[in-house]
Write a protein that binds this ligand. Structure first.
Ligand code: DGT
Ligand code: CA
Ligand code: CA
Ligand code: ZN
Length: 574
């Protein structure tokens, strides 16, 4: 169903229309909101309505007039609405974030944007903390404090948590539960087990001889801020920092079915239940049962899948995106494994904006278990990040050669994160890039350009014979910025044709490419890399989130270049 997307696009137009001209556009923006509501409430798929009856059928829907029907048609045909793109270009604010702050209306947002160029929540918070917000006409010191409070509130309570931010605590709690006396199994389930990039709440399942003791322990953990409910085999708490946490205890014979159920996702579960029914079984968190209530499976996930005629499916794939069909045919891919990366191809040093020396980064990589890293400092047009020019890059490559003579058990590749210009050109000449072992290129500016222009920039970079990898291809920052618009179908085609790899940036703020784009790349045989984008020696730990994302996109080791030893990798590059 496209209804949700169409409604969102209409609502965004309504909102930006109001931001653009708060005095006069109220009537117009209301019309968009009404149309959005109407599409959302529709029972049929709006795409189906249009396919059958064309624009006239759209006009018959409540609240849809000529101008809006034309925009819906445009969206259904092209996946975008030019008018919305133009508005976004004029007022490039993050609507999801800034539009959600209570008490900050379109008129205020416009004033803030015009004076301070603030586009997102982080920027607004920074401006308020630095006392710049009250320099905006109409904003008093009191209102500034007010906005700051609302931001804190939204940050704490609103929305979903980024996986990397909750992961350490989530795993700590899992380990604690596993270590409790009388606990036979304990696991973190839900979206965290599926390695989704954002987490709504944490779900734990335990199997224990004395569930009451586990509940006691759980509600008394030091991080618990509020106990929302607590029973003999179930508890629900809120942790400091605002994330909710579910715990369920089940008997041994239901361990697998409960783990399966609470890992989800919901659509995967629904589909499994449908298959169970077709086989004369009843499936729930307690097991798979025959009509006479005899349990036929439940103790392990494998057993439950087997009862349904399916192979065990890795949690990261459980999104009802075709994986069940593959499991039925015994054709599941063998996913790239955690810990299987031999190297990391995006690492920064203090020669640009990293915090540690090349040697420190190399030694930390070795300690982490990697065989090689590429030092990918920024290049000259990214002055903010202390980008290197041609001579500095060549000097750095020389130092890397000396470093390799000195170091044992870790190899350092000379490289760069070359900045892609507005027109798709690079800021470092090819004859210099060719002296480096490997070259990554990335976009760091001009985020307001259209999809055509952004795609052309990336395609240009991919066609450059010196460029081996496109780093963080869509530029998204999870929960902060959507990324610039890219025609991924086109980019993946060009990447395939030119033997350019696309990166899964494992930094948990990016995870870019995201899962669905990874799947597209894998399907087309595009090579991927999984890189930490480390700016600090501890950042190699991010790699696990990149692997999680790769697995969510069905990638195997063969799809990921840096599962290879360095020599083979260098031969595989263009
Ligand atoms: P989240 O917490 O929003 O990041 O996403 P999940 O997937 O962790 O969802 P959550 O915590 O609401 O529930 C955990 C799992 O429990 C979910 O993935 C599937 C299962 N589940 C929850 N509600 C339903 C439901 O109404 N029907 C079915 N079949 N399964 C459900
Ligand atoms: Ca959850
Ligand atoms: Ca939950
Ligand atoms: Zn970077």
């Amino acid at each position: 169903m496209k209804n949700g997307q169409v409604a969102k696009a209409l609502r965004d137009i309504g909102f930006l229309t109001e931001v653009e001209d708060a005095e006069n556009a109220q009537f117009k923006s209301r019309a968009y909101y009404r149309a959005a509501d109407s599409i959302e409430a529709l029972e049929q798929d709006v795409a189906g309505v249009y396919e059958k009856g064309g624009i006239n059928a759209l006009l018959e829907l409540p609240g849809i007039g000529k101008a809006i029907a034309a925009k819906i048609e445009e969206y259904l045909k092209t996946g975008r609405i030019r008018h919305l793109d133009e508005l976004k270009e004029k007022i490039p604010i993050d609507i999801g974030q800034l539009g959600a702050i209570e008490g900050v209306g379109p008129k205020t947002l416009k004033a803030i944007y015009e004076k301070l160029k603030v586009t997102d929540m982080a920027g607004l918070e920074k401006a308020a903390l630095e006392g710049r917000l009250k320099t905006v006409p109409g904003i008093t010191a009191r209102k500034e404090q007010d906005i700051l409070k609302k931001i804190e509130f939204t940050k704490k309570n609103g929305g979903r948590s980024i996986i990397g931010e909750v992961w350490p605590l989530a795993k700590k709690i899992e380990a604690r539960l596993k270590g409790l006396e009388g606990v036979r199994h304990a696991a973190l389930a839900g979206s965290a087990r599926r390695m989704k990039e954002t987490i709504g709440d944490l779900d734990y399942i335990v199997c224990a001889s004395e569930p009451e003791n586990v509940m006691d322990f759980f509600v008394k953990m030091p991080e618990v801020e509020e106990v929302k409910s607590r029973g003999p085999a179930k508890a629900f708490v809120r942790l400091a920092g605002g994330i909710d946490c579910d715990l369920l205890a089940v008997p041994e014979e239901s361990w697998g079915s409960a783990l399966l159920y609470f890992t989800g996702n919901k659509e995967h579960n629904v589909e499994l239940r449908r298959i169970a029914i077709a086989r004369g079984l009843r499936l729930n968190e307690w097991g798979a049962f025959e009509n006479n209530d005899r349990r036929v499976a439940g103790a392990s996930e494998e057993e439950v899948y087997k009862a349904l005629g399916l192979a065990w499916i890795a949690p990261e794939m459980r999104e009802n995106a075709g994986e069940i069909d593959l499991a039925a045919k015994g054709r599941l891919p063998s996913l790239v494994e955690y810990g299987s990366l031999r190297g990391d191809l995006q690492v920064h040093s203090d020669n640009s904006d990293g915090t540690a020396t090349m040697e420190e980064m190399a030694l930390a990589a070795k300690e982490f278990g990697l065989d090689y890293i590429a030092i990918t400092d920024h290049t000259k047009s990214l002055a903010m990040a202390g980008g290197l020019d041609e001579q500095e890059l060549l000097d750095q490559a020389q130092k890397i050669a000396e470093l390799n003579d000195r170091l044992d058990g870790i190899r350092v590749l000379s490289s760069a994160e070359v900045n892609i210009g507005k027109d798709g050109s690079l800021d470092i000449a090819n004859n210099v890039l060719d002296k480096l072992d490997i070259v990554g290129a990335a976009i760091h500016s001009h985020f307001g350009l259209s999809m055509e222009e952004q795609t052309a920039r990336l395609v240009n970079a991919a066609k450059n014979p010196s460029v081996d990898i496109i780093f963080h291809p869509t530029g998204r920052l999870i929960n902060r910025r959507e990324g610039y618009p890219v025609d991924i179908a086109r980019l993946t085609d060009v990447a395939k044709d030119t033997n350019t790899a696309l990166e899964i940036d494992a930094h948990y703020n990016r995870l870019d490419l995201k899962d669905e784009y990874v799947r597209m790349a894998v399907r087309k045989g595009v090579k991927l890399t999984i890189d930490s984008d480390a700016h600090h020696p501890v950042h190699y730990a991010f790699l696990q989130f990149g692997i999680g994302q790769a697995r969510r996109g069905w990638a195997t080791a063969a799809d990921v270049l840096n599962t290879m030893p360095a020599d083979r990798l260098l031969k595989a590059l263009k």
